[in-house]
Design a protein around this ligand. Structure first.
Ligand SMILES: NC(=O)c1ccc[n+]([C@@H]2O[C@H](COP(=O)([O-])OP(=O)(O)OC[C@H]3O[C@@H](n4cnc5c(N)ncnc54)[C@H](OP(=O)(O)O)[C@@H]3O)[C@@H](O)[C@H]2O)c1
Length: 359
């Protein structure tokens, strides 16, 4: 490292992307138990758009460094870090879990202390910077990353992969032969498609775009696609495609605007995982959750991310099966480019993930 300073981006206010500003700040020195990580790639999530525009359902730290997902390389190891049973060496490729301070192992369902202390939100600064010092025990070692593209691929994983792994295996586990319904073609949903296919599930994807449906069927192996604009009663189509059985798992990212259809699309004993809030309900149509859940014996489970352990399990699975998430577009580590990346996510024109190459 030639310089003692790095570029970090901070959100100086929360009413739009223009508040994203670069700053020159010291490169941290890793303390005992920490390693210094050179951030190589960062991925965006819808959450980062919502935080910048004050639509995220949580308070955010002032002047926060945004973003949650990064893959990087260990460049220095703090004093006595080996005493913390760290197995990291300079040059190792690493991934950080999404709730670094409070939620490493176990199930969030039984952990009232596993609060939303994700990177770049309420308490912790995020990863949109060149260097970050992180306690070694929270990091996950990746298979060797030989090319910059490998860092982009892994940076795309933490938020959506942890969330989807939690949705599929945190409660009633996904089984081969199950039918999985994913809503739209954004980061969470495409991650769910990739992991569900690899687990031997039948997959149904909804989208506003026939072009995107064509892509997920021909390139990503989705079994069925339904255009939710031209087929507003897409639940009936799910029932038809499954011969009246319905979906065993619904990856619910729409929230108020899609829940009534998700309830109708779910099969008996199905699990609807409540993940997102992308779709507002203009008619304020209240879904009949109580009677539908009762009659169908549904499990309706809300989740917020997941643990380091869940990400670790998913990384092992993805490495073994050589699974990759589709990265729609990669932007540069410059203010205008990062704002363009946020606008790209906001537009919803992407399929899968949007990343930033840091260096
Ligand atoms: N609870 C958690 O732990 C957790 C974790 C991660 C994300 N989230 C939340 O999950 C949601 C998705 O996040 P993301 O990063 O995947 O977002 P994203 O990548 O921005 O997803 C955008 C896509 O969502 C689809 N969409 C929008 N409105 C829809 C509707 N009415 N019906 C079906 N699909 C619709 C669109 O797909 P088409 O263009 O194909 O129509 C759009 O392209 C967000 O609300 C996010 O905050 C929650």
């Amino acid at each position: 490292m030639s310089s003692t300073e790095q570029t970090v981006f901070r959100l100086t206010a929360f009413n739009g992307f223009d508040n994203l500003k670069p700053f020159r700040e010291p490169i941290p020195t890793p303390s005992a138990g920490e390693v210094l990580v050179k951030v190589r790639s960062v991925a965006l999530n819808y959450r980062d758009v919502a935080i910048a525009k004050s639509t995220y359902p949580s308070t955010i730290k002032d002047n926060v460094i945004p973003c949650n997902d990064m893959a990087g390389e260990v460049v220095a190891i703090g004093p006595t870090t080996e005493l913390f049973k760290s197995t990291f060496a300079v040059g190792d490729a690493v991934l950080a879990p999404i709730v670094p301070s409070s939620f490493l192992y176990g199930s969030i369902d039984k952990r009232p202390d596993a609060v939303d202390w994700t990177w770049g939100s309420r308490v912790e600064d995020g990863v949109l910077r060149e260097y970050i010092a992180i306690p070694a025990h929270v990091l996950i070692k990746l298979p060797p990353c030989k090319a910059p593209r490998d860092f982009v691929q892994w940076a795309a994983t933490p938020c959506t992969v942890t969330t989807v792994w939690n949705a599929f295996y945190g409660n009633a586990p996904l089984k081969p032969g199950d039918t999985v319904l994913v809503l739209g073609t954004g980061g969470v949903s495409i991650t769910a498609l990739i992991l569900a296919k690899a687990a031997g599930a039948t997959t149904i994807v909804t989208s506003s775009s026939d072009k995107k449906l064509e892509f997920v069927r021909t390139r990503l192996g989705a079994d069925y696609g339904i255009n939710y604009k031209t087929t507003p009663d897409w639940a009936a189509e799910v029932q038809r495609l499954t011969n009246g059985k319905g979906a065993d798992h619904v990856i619910e990212v729409g929230g108020p605007g899609t829940m009534h259809q998700s309830l109708a699309a779910a099969g008996r004993g199905g699990l609807i995982t409540m993940i997102g809030f992308l779709a507002q309900n203009p008619e304020d149509q209240t879904p009949d959750v109580i009677m539908t859940a009762l009659i169908k014996g549904l499990i309706i489970r809300g989740i917020t991310g997941g643990s380091k352990q869940q990400l670790e399990e998913a990384v092992r699975f993805m490495s073994a099966r050589k699974l990759e998430l589709p990265v729609d577009k990669v932007f540069a580590f410059e203010r205008d480019e990062i704002i363009a990346a946020l606008k790209h996510v906001e537009s919803g024109s992407h399929i899968g993930k949007v990343c930033i190459t840091v260096g």
